[in-house]
Write a protein that binds this ligand. Structure first.
Ligand code: MLT
Length: 312
């Protein structure tokens, strides 16, 4: 009998599928506190997480029976992969399963920021009516800078091409062919993208190279009135620096789904009407969760039963 701990929300059907599997006992403890996981993890053969639970050395040291961590989603920055490997624990993520949803929320934040949709909504619901204070910008014929032209960045390029945007992308890890295929001009340096873009969206993992990639120094290189979007990972944009940019008017708007600390109830950006935030819901769609759930369950069951664990 294998024991699986589900520590963050995944699709109900995926849980039912796990429960029906042979030789499996499932404990669903959505929102489990760290202290509790550390206390009980030695009892489990598999752990399913999203982006909140930190699978670090401390947890892995205690996880004497753990064989596989299923990461229901894309980024693995909450998992210490070298430590997991050293502990003989497989880590399986589901990189393709929620890319469309992640891309769509970034587009949503971009449009909502450019057209003041959130503040106009709040305004009208307070019983007032005005139009002149909500003058926005069209995206048409503006230059969109895409940092990271991987799975989600490529989807973004295809979709925003249809909006009539000019596309420039920076990604030192992909071939010229991919830039061409996605209709993007290649920025040879990050600086080139920063200087040329009217709107910037980021789609990179969180690594030592990308943490704080948008910082005070880089913000000073941006066009005046630039619009920024981050639906990738908290910490890629330095929040203090973005707040300063919003305060000075250098940055016209910031749409963000991800936060330097999650969950949280306070942020230096909350005071700005033109910084609109969502609570890391990029992958929170029925479609993405169904895809993610189906894939992560298959991976975990395969891993426990000694079969091949596919990740894409
Ligand atoms: C992802 O990395 O795929 C998402 O951020 C997962 C999540 O929604 O927690």
């Amino acid at each position: 009998m294998f024991k699986i701990l589900v520590g963050e929300y995944i699709d109900d059907e995926a849980i039912s599928h796990l429960k029906e599997a042979k030789d499996i006992k499932v404990d669903v403890k959505i929102g489990i506190k760290r202290e509790e996981i550390l206390d009980i993890i030695q009892d489990y053969d598999a752990l399913i997480v999203r982006s909140v639970i930190k699978v670090d050395k401390e947890l892995l040291d205690r996880a004497k029976n753990l064989k596989i961590v299923g990461r229901a989603g894309n980024g693995v920055d909450n998992i210490n992969i070298p430590e997991a490997t050293a502990h003989g624990v497989i880590v399986a993520n589901t990189p393709d399963s929620n890319t469309v949803s992640a891309c769509e929320i970034a587009i949503g934040l971009m449009i909502a920021s450019a057209r003041n949709i959130v503040s106009a909504n709040n305004f009208i619901k307070s019983g007032k009516w005005e139009r002149e204070i909500f003058v926005g910008n069209e995206l048409f014929e503006k230059t969109l800078g895409i940092i990271g032209l991987g799975r989600i960045g490529s989807l973004m390029a295809k979709r925003m091409k249809a909006f009539g945007m000019n596309l420039i992308a920076y990604d030192p890890y992909i071939s010229d062919e991919i830039f061409k295929r996605n209709g993007c001009k290649k920025a040879n340096t990050l600086d080139e993208l920063l200087k040329k873009s009217d709107v910037i969206t980021i789609h990179t993992p969180k690594t030592n190279e990308t943490i704080n990639i948008i910082n005070s120094e880089n913000i000073s290189k941006l066009k005046d009135g630039v619009r920024l979007v981050n639906a990738a990972r908290g910490g890629l944009f330095n929040e203090e620096a973005v707040a300063e940019g919003l305060r000075s008017g250098k940055i016209a708007s910031f749409g963000y789904d991800v936060h330097s600390v999650e969950p949280r109830s306070e942020c230096v950006l909350y005071e700005f009407e033109n910084a609109i935030a969502t609570p890391h819901i990029g992958a929170t769609t029925y479609e993405a969760q169904r895809n993610v759930g189906t894939q992560v369950v298959k991976q975990v069951l395969n891993g426990l039963h000694g079969e091949i664990v596919e990740t894409a």
